[in-house]
Design a protein around this ligand. Structure first.
Ligand code: DC
Length: 222
């Protein structure tokens, strides 16, 4: 049986940074499920499909094959064989992704891939519905969050570091809109699993969050 850690939480809570570091410390793989949905979002955007048009989105997904591979321990997400890691991190793709990932037909395809991967590999997987739906029997479940002001500030710093311009107020408003959509959609909304441990990183450094998660993993293993 593989060892699985589930990390859920809203955008900008630091899930990917933390999960990547924990994966490295434990020698397991990190699965960024948001990247898989973002690849679908990119596909829809590239085809000029209206993300609000459910039928067109579902039809548009028919010719999208999403695969994951690992290069030097880093996840590479491919869309029809093309490495799209560098194209999926824009706010534009994030917005479309939040809309298309609400569709059950889109989710069921991606979730099947995630379950398969987790059954095969020891991994830490982050997303919105990992503890509640994808890996209900995960060994450790974390719900990682932070205030929306702190999350928007972090996302802005991240974008600025990549040379992208940003408007803090707009990022915070977009983030709150996306949180609302992720938490209120019918298909697998973002929520804390009953057996997940809540970690609020608003006043914590990344190292403190990583140590807390390693401590929880140690407790569960021991
Ligand atoms: O974590 P992220 O910002 O890369 O996620 C992008 C979008 O994908 C986000 O709006 C929610 C959606 N998502 C999801 O519905 N389920 C997941 N397991 C991961 C992401």
């Amino acid at each position: 049986m593989s060892y699985n850690i589930a990390v859920d939480g809203p955008a900008g809570a630091g899930k990917s940074t933390i999960a990547r570091a924990v994966a490295k410390r434990l020698g397991i793989i990190y699965v960024d499920t948001g990247a898989m949905y973002r690849a679908i979002g990119l596909h829809i955007l590239r085809q000029g499909i209206d993300p609000g048009d459910e039928r067109a989105v579902i039809a548009g997904c028919d010719n999208a094959v999403i695969t994951l591979k690992y290069e030097d321990g880093a996840q590479v997400v491919c869309l029809n064989g093309e490495n799209v890691n560098a194209c999926i991190r824009t706010e534009e793709v994030g917005k479309v992704t939040s809309q298309v990932s609400a569709l059950p037909a889109v989710r069921s395809r991606i979730i099947a891939l995630q379950k398969e991967l987790a059954a095969r590999e020891d991994c830490i997987m982050d997303g919105r519905d990992i503890g509640t739906c994808v890996l209900p029997d995960a060994d450790v479940k974390i719900y990682l969050t932070a205030s929306s002001a702190v999350r928007a500030r972090r996302r802005c710093d991240e974008l600025a570091a990549r040379g992208q311009t940003c408007d803090l107020a707009r990022i915070q408003a977009d983030m709150e809109e996306r949180d609302y959509r992720d938490m209120h959609r019918e298909a697998n909304p973002l929520r804390q699993a009953e057996d997940a441990v809540l970690v609020d990183s608003s006043d914590m450094t990344p190292d403190q969050v990583i140590d807390r998660i390693l401590e929880l993993c140690g407790r569960q293993e021991g």
